[in-house]
Write a protein that binds this ligand. Structure first.
Ligand SMILES: C[S@@+](CC[C@H](N)C(=O)[O-])C[C@H]1O[C@@H](n2cnc3c(N)ncnc32)[C@H](O)[C@@H]1O
Length: 221
């Protein structure tokens, strides 16, 4: 039997008071951090796999074991789908979720670097999924949440339809607020479906939790 997923507990009440300041600072600067060696290698392999592909590209960020990546690849045969996760423990389990499709790739890499490399390469996305990123619910950990990291500008520059999903409503509301600050129109809603797309989604729904989503059509850079 599957373990019950605990609901988010946080010491934060409402939108973080520093959100606007942090997001505005990241939007005004660009990260100069050196790229990690392993992500550069993974990025090169990804570019080789894309092999100059001119059709639609979909990114499944924080793909975990890559179940969502195969689901997306199956429903978008016209696209090439890249699932990225930093955890070898998760990506190594992909074999149990693999599908007999040749339009997807699972990559182990740190998205803090991978997203910057994609932008530098001039890649534009058709769709970008970010499903159940680690929420970091402690107030002091605001800057670990994707919308409050230094790669928010890259997330926006990559373009395409962004879909971010979480079982923590405040995460999605803060993501929406960060997009507002970046002057990107977005929509927040409760996400429901007949079938779960990822293991975390399944776990949350089985324990009676809801999912929230923010969606944005990011402008082409
Ligand atoms: C809560 S899990 C969700 C996994 C999957 N999307 C799902 O719904 O089953 C969050 C995932 O984000 C990945 N992650 C966190 N920070 C990352 C980073 N900087 N680069 C790549 N993956 C990261 C973790 O390794 C983990 O697999």
């Amino acid at each position: 039997m599957q373990k019950q997923a605990r609901a988010i507990t946080t010491n934060q009440i409402g939108i973080h008071p520093n959100l606007e300041k942090v997001v505005s600072r990241h939007l005004a600067t660009s990260s100069q951090k050196p790229f990690s060696e392993h992500t550069q290698v993974a990025f090169k392999q990804t570019m080789q796999w894309l092999n100059g592909w001119q059709g639609p590209i979909i990114l499944d960020s924080c793909c975990g074991v890559g179940e969502s990546t195969t689901n997306i690849a199956a429903s978008h045969p016209e696209a090439k789908v890249i699932g990225v996760d930093k955890s070898a423990l998760r990506t190594d389990k992909h074999a149990s979720y693999a599908a007999d499709l040749d339009n997807y790739l699972i990559v182990r890499a740190d998205l803090n670097d991978f997203l910057r490399l994609l932008v530098l390469e001039g890649i534009q996305l058709y769709k970008h999924y970010l499903l159940y990123p680690n929420p970091y619910p402690k107030s002091a950990h605001l800057q670990r949440r994707w919308y409050a990291t230094a790669v928010l500008p890259e997330i926006i520059k990559l373009g395409g339809q962004l879909q971010v999903r979480s079982n923590w409503r405040l995460y999605i509301e803060e993501f929406s607020k960060a997009l507002d600050i970046a002057q990107v129109n977005n929509t927040v809603y409760e996400y429901t479906s007949d079938s779960a797309m990822t293991p975390f989604e399944r776990k949350y729904w089985l324990s009676g939790q809801q999912s929230w989503q923010v969606t944005a059509e990011l402008p082409t850079a």
